[in-house]
Design a protein around this ligand. Structure first.
Ligand code: URA
Length: 158
């Protein structure tokens, strides 16, 4: 969902219960936190693009398995080709591992610039993780500030 010409693309893992019901990514509690993160960057949800690796909710909301992520990867790759964002932010393990083709954990990769098809990619923690570990919000804000610097964005004045 979002602007197909967005400069910034967020990628999550897969739809949860609310997202599956409504057919839109990041609309539950984690999505509301993502919206606040986007606003803190001086952007709004319609100005960015938000996608998931897998497009349907895995049973019992489990993490998508490699067969599932691989079978959805060409679709996500096409989305990325069409949007051609200037920066990709991956949220949590699933999109980070899928797009970087690694098993390295998000705890090791977050905050360090990577790339996908020559597009700068910054992994950060998933907003659902932040809902359970609010002490790590500062780390994610550091990551988002790196993205803002790369896009030439300034935080809105409060
Ligand atoms: N978590 C995700 O990774 N994606 C969503 O759309 C919602 C929750």
């Amino acid at each position: 969902v979002g602007d197909p010409a967005a400069r910034l693309l967020f990628v999550g893992g897969g739809p949860g219960f609310d997202e599956d019901r409504l057919g839109e990514p990041f609309v539950g509690r984690a999505g509301q936190l993502l919206d606040r993160m986007i606003l803190a960057m001086g952007l709004s949800r319609p100005e960015v693009y938000i996608a998931n690796v897998v497009k349907c909710r895995p049973p019992q909301n489990r993490t998508p398995n490699p067969r599932e992520t691989i079978s959805c990867l060409s679709y996500l790759g096409s989305q990325i080709d069409v949007i051609a964002p200037e920066v990709i932010v991956t949220l949590g393990n699933t999109p980070t591992r899928t797009l970087l083709d690694t098993l390295a954990p998000i705890s090791r990769l977050r905050g360090s610039w990577q790339s996908f098809r020559d597009i700068p990619l910054l992994p950060t923690f998933h907003p659902a993780y932040l809902l359970r570990n609010s002490g790590d919000k500062g780390l994610v804000w550091q990551d988002l500030q790196q993205v803002m610097a790369r896009l030439g964005l300034q935080a809105p004045k409060l």
